[in-house]
Design a protein around this ligand. Structure first.
Ligand code: KMH
Ligand code: ZN
Length: 275
């Protein structure tokens, strides 16, 4: 089995400080929280940013500042900006962090209900993200909120816009999208091409059981405030690092070594780029 890649999704677009006061919001807070998560064992930082009012933004300059500060504190960590942004954003708005040439970025492979909203990813959006990432040499993490999204990605492979081996993130338990059950996880894992890599992001109470399942199934794990603000029922998480550290302990008990960022680069086939 490959070493375990842990991604820390440190902020997201939906969670607020009112819901968990420990949420990092500013570039400085994001850098500190990323550093702590990295020290705890995270190899990848999945990154969203906020404007000065704490609202989600895809502003290139804010991403640049957050990435610079994260790099200063943890020079070897893999930074994976979001191209999902927040619901309602245009393609152009969402695509801004790609121009900073990160090593990886997310690419959602279809439209999905997202709580009371719709996370809009029509074929033209998906294709344009794939084209731009290919042009810039950025490895996409294919975000899968529903099983049909896997096939959408494979259609892009057929057209030469995505390259195998693909790396998937199964986002499970979003209200309106695929429920976070082990049965569904197995179905997703069995539906991707041999040789692909995958990670799982369980939302809310699904985070911990799906992380445990991924560790034993040979997948990888994403945790963090974007997906879950609780350490356990009724107890808010203190930090992203606290959630990462629990996955590291689980992995240790299950005899699955945790990957460093450079080991994660090898597993994912990343050629390190200048940040
Ligand atoms: N905030 C969600 C609407 C991504 O980062 O690529 C989309 C999202 C996915 O978080
Ligand atoms: Zn995200």
């Amino acid at each position: 089995m490959q070493k375990l890649i842990i991604t820390a999704a440190v902020q997201g677009a939906e969670v607020t400080k009112q819901q968990n006061p420990n949420l990092p919001v500013t570039p400085e807070e994001l850098a500190q929280s990323s550093y702590e998560a990295y020290q705890a064992g995270a190899a990848i930082i999945h990154l969203h940013v906020r404007d000065e009012n704490g609202n989600p933004t895809q502003d290139r300059a804010v991403f640049a500042e957050a990435m610079r500060l994260i790099c200063e504190k943890c020079p070897d960590v893999i930074i994976q900006p979001s191209t999902g942004g927040a619901v309602g954003m245009s393609w152009e708005e969402r695509a801004q962090p790609l121009e900073l040439c990160p090593e990886m970025a997310t690419l959602t492979a279809g439209t999905v209900n997202f709580g009371g909203d719709v996370f809009y990813n029509p074929p033209a959006y998906i294709e344009r993200f794939a084209v731009r990432m290919k042009e810039l040499g950025i490895k996409p993490e294919i975000e899968v909120f529903e099983v049909g999204m896997i096939n959408n990605a494979l259609q892009l492979v057929k057209r030469g816009l995505l390259q195998q081996p693909l790396h998937f993130d199964f986002v499970m338990g979003v209200p309106g999208a695929i429920p976070g059950t082990i049965k569904n996880l197995l179905h997703l894992v069995e539906s991707i091409p041999a040789g692909s890599t995958w990670t799982v992001a369980g939302i809310g109470r699904h985070e911990l059981p799906l992380a445990a399942a991924a560790i034993v199934l040979g997948g990888h794990v994403r945790v963090g405030f974007e997906d879950n603000i609780y350490y356990r029922k009724g107890q808010l998480a203190q930090s992203n690092a606290e959630l990462v550290a629990r996955v590291v302990r689980l992995a240790r008990e299950l005899e699955r070594p945790v990957a460093t960022p450079d080991e994660a680069r090898k597993i994912l086939g990343l050629k390190r780029s200048a940040k």
